[in-house]
Design a protein around this ligand. Sequence first.
Ligand SMILES: [Fe+2]
Ligand SMILES: [Fe+2]
Length: 327
Amino acid sequence: MEERVANGHQVDTRSTAHFLHDYASEQADLRRLYEQAKIDQWNAATDIEWAAPLEGDGGLISDDLVDIHGTRFWDAMSEADRVELNHRITRWRLSTLVQGEHGAMLLCSQLVDCVQGQDAKLFQATQVADEARHNEVLQRYLELRLDGETYGLGGNVKEIFDTLLSTSSWYLKTIGLQLVAETFAVSLFRMLAESSKDPVLRQVCRRILQDEARHMGFAMLSLPEIVGQATEAEHREMEDFAVWALSRTLGGIFPLGAYQDMGFGKAELDEIKQFRRERAAGGDETAFRKYFRRDLHDGLVRNLRKVGLLTERITPSLQSFGIKLAA
Ligand SMILES: [Fe+2]
Ligand SMILES: [Fe+2]
């Protein structure tokens, strides 16, 4: 009998589990990362000061991250409406993140099976627990500050994780998750940890950031060897997969539901979207966004180069995403 969950969706997967018969450590740097992962464990229930009060006007993320901040729409809003919009945009952003953390947990549980070395398996087992904690801590935050409701599976989250879950090779999964999505996560959580108004959110993001940096490290330690040994065709497949993952991860998504809930009509929404596009294209972004973008692009170039996937063949694609290679 096929069982289906009511509040979710199914992805059919096919993969190979490698059951090892020898448990000696064979990759010292990955073993060190595993040891670090054990030291760095924390408890979402008790290691966050959940009772810390709100500060300032009660907003959660920085107003800089609300698209209409600094426009006539913002100027026309009452103080209370600005705080409410800040809360709705926060709910929208954290919805995408809590969903992504859930997807990462599912994906890493597959990686425990399909990575081939003992040290990689042990590390992936820790990443499953890390992603479970991230899924939990963001849900706890949503319940504390925003009644626990989330916006529906948004943006490219479904496409990214459905594709990664149904891809059978571990290294493509790792290119999509630990190399691309988690390099993105490191920059995003760093920015939120530094810019958020709510001290609880800053703490949550700082904690997650520490784990995500380690997950990104898994890509740096596990990919160079397999990329180096790849045939020309396999190398191209890896490059193309990285470009696909970049296009989906970097494609900005507009928090439409949050604005609709505030009562913005279609004409106003069109104007806001246009404003958002112009500001991004003209480089006229707020300080936090600019910092995030530079940090992210530098990180992506550095990491792609480190694992051996920054080739001339994919350079035009990177440039089309606005990534400068001089970094
Ligand atoms: Fe995570
Ligand atoms: Fe992660």
